[in-house]
Design a protein around this ligand. Structure first.
Ligand SMILES: [Zn+2]
Length: 299
């Protein structure tokens, strides 16, 4: 997860941009009557984000009365139509999407879309609220369900409000296995039947169990273990030659120091990137550093 600064455009400003033009007077009157509801809803939402209590938000307080179905649709259309290309609300959408960053949910994909942190179908007052609009990659947007959290642990991390990247929580381990599939610790010069690099959440002591559960939920929601494993499989063949050259001169210790150096270098940017976890795990693995890297790089 990557922390991002919240958008500069405020709720009221965004709301007025969306209904400023290309809209009939009756529709503008209807939507305009909801401005105060939306501003109040955005304030409650922000407070819930800051206190990690989104699961306490009651959908009824974030939507017109059920009898006003047309108004609900019009509020949702503020995002779907009035932030479209050439519409006055477009800058709100673009501020969310045009971030010079990787997807904040996975840290791997390129930002292609905008996601509603709290779904607009359940919380229509938040459909066009800038702090509810998050940049996201296509895979993460597909993986995330259109439902609201029902408990503390089900809140995925919010890049504008949650900041856990000062702590090291992402780890990896290289697991080697025998022919029968059972895991064992391969020794130098062994040729294990298979191996896998497993990424996992390793909560620091300073976290309580609820925060650990929440980060694990985020990790599982966006399939990060598989995503990082795929990235590692792609990365290792590309650095095999460099590792081989280090091994030739410095042996297993040299490889270990080389991998640890790569981890330190990557950690300067993002402590919890998959590369930091990968390189650290490999630096600590005797079999890998003693020549196992060739088998790993071969896939
Ligand atoms: Zn992503």
């Amino acid at each position: 997860m990557r922390r991002l600064d919240p958008p500069q455009i405020g709720t009221r400003e965004a709301f007025r941009m969306c209904i400023s033009a290309r809209i009939s007077l009756p529709m503008r009157t209807v939507l305009g009557s909801y401005e105060l509801n939306v501003v109040i809803a955005a304030g409650e939402y922000e407070q819930a984000c800051r206190t990690s209590t989104l699961h306490h938000l009651k959908p009824a307080a974030f939507a017109p009365p059920p009898s006003q179905k047309g108004d609900k649709d019009a509020l949702i259309a503020m995002y779907e139509r009035r932030m479209g290309p050439h519409h006055p609300g477009r800058p709100v959408y673009e501020e969310a999407r045009n971030r010079k960053t990787k997807c904040p949910m996975c840290g791997v994909g390129s930002v292609r879309q905008v996601d509603h942190h709290m779904p607009k179908s359940i919380y229509p007052y938040l459909a066009a609220v800038p702090i509810n609009l998050l940049p996201i990659c296509s895979d993460c947007n597909f993986a995330k369900s259109d439902s609201a959290p029902t408990c503390y642990e089900e809140q995925t991390l919010h890049p504008y409000f949650d900041d856990i990247d000062e702590d090291r929580w992402l780890k990896a381990r290289l697991i080697t296995s025998l022919d029968d599939g059972s895991a064992y610790e391969a020794m130098p010069l062994d040729r294990p039947a298979s191996w896998v690099i497993e990424f996992y959440v390793d909560p620091p002591f300073s976290w309580d169990s609820r925060l650990a559960g929440r980060v694990r939920h985020h990790f599982e929601t966006f399939n990060l273990a598989q995503l990082f494993e795929d990235q590692a499989a792609d990365e290792l063949p590309g650095i095999e030659l460099s590792i081989e050259e280090v091994f030739r001169d410095g042996g297993a210790l040299g490889v270990s120091e080389y991998m640890a150096g790569l981890a330190r270098s990557r950690a300067r940017l993002h402590k919890n990137s998959w590369m930091v976890a990968l390189y650290e795990a490999l630096a600590a693995h005797d079999w890998f550093c003693s020549g196992g890297f060739r088998q790993v790089a071969a896939g």
